[in-house]
Ligand binder design. Sequence first.
Ligand code: MLT
Length: 413
Amino acid sequence: MHILSVIQVNSNYLKLKAGYLFPEIARRVKAFSGTNPHADLIRLGIGDVTEPLPSACRQAMKKAIDEMGTSSGFHGYGPEQGYLWLREAIAENDYKLRGCDISSEEIFISDGSKCDSSNILDIFGSHNRIAVTDPVYPVYVDSNVMAGHTGESGDIGRYQGLSYIPIDASNNFKAQIPDQPVDLIYLCFPNNPTGAVASREDLSAWIAYAHKHQSLILFDAAYESFIQDDAVPHSIYEIDGSRECAIEFRSFSKNAGFTGTRCAFTVIPRALKGQSDDGNKVELWNLWNRRQSTKFNGVSYIVQRGAEAVYSQQGQKEVKQLVSFYMENAAIIRDCLLKTGFDVYGGENAPYVWMEVPDQMTSWDFFDFLLEKANVVGTPGSGFGSAGEGYFRLSAFNNREKVLEAMQRIGDL
Ligand code: MLT
């Protein structure tokens, strides 16, 4: 007998445009490689690190594996919030040393900022007004679509129900404060994809706005370690008033090369409050703690020991070297593109260089052009939002030889 399935799917997924950006790029690159099997591709697309894990982290993880092989050092389920020794190391090094009032209790260890910045929606209701920049890290938008917080996407790919804040050369890639009240605002600085940064004054203005409208800022600081300019804040908590209006996402992926190892953290200050349907104030920390305790079993002991080693003297030295290495790549990319005559942004406090594509070309045209003519893979700006059309992102995450070769090929075009 033929039984028709009647299970209902989450129809919000059907509103999503095409594939997620990076798998879509991978699909196109695979198709190109299929017809050009001998092409020597250089990947400056997805921001995935290439350099080896710091030896301090590897040593710590090896030691942790050996501990796990003994009865006394074996670890089963860890705390869902992460081990206290890692949270304390983060609170001390990433926050107290920068004058931020963040305690270990307010830090939740996780397996990634991508997961946290989308999972965080679990603790919010479905009627918040949400603002994102355009261009934007696509996860913020897609996860809201999946959660049913938007309508359909329109002609230029923007979803009904979301407020978009354009950032482009005309406003110097500075996100303008909305003139309407919004409830949740996603900000990412140093910015993915444009590489722009937010000054203390910029963040102060956002915090004043959030206080005025009782909004919450979801601040993605995954690229903070790439900041070279001492005046640029690394954390939103360096700014007064942020404890009452901001959640911060941080990651070990890019500074310590943990994209494949997986460790990150999210900070939820105890001062943050939302409102229940009956109008009572509710601590966001309690909700996130409840969410994590139910849906997450923590990051492995071994990986957390690896992350802890980032804060050792040796770890700090190695992480600084890694960051410098990628920032030298970024400088090489910037210089080459500038010499070739492109308009170039970013790449000075972020591992992403954002360039304008030649006239008459779309971002995807330029993607195909670079792929075919130079065998270099980048990321089309329009993949990050309609205001990214006309731009293209090159990532500084690759080895030196490949970056130099890619720039040589682009210069020769
Ligand atoms: C990117 O290329 O934008 C990054 O890989 C995003 C991420 O870290 O998920």
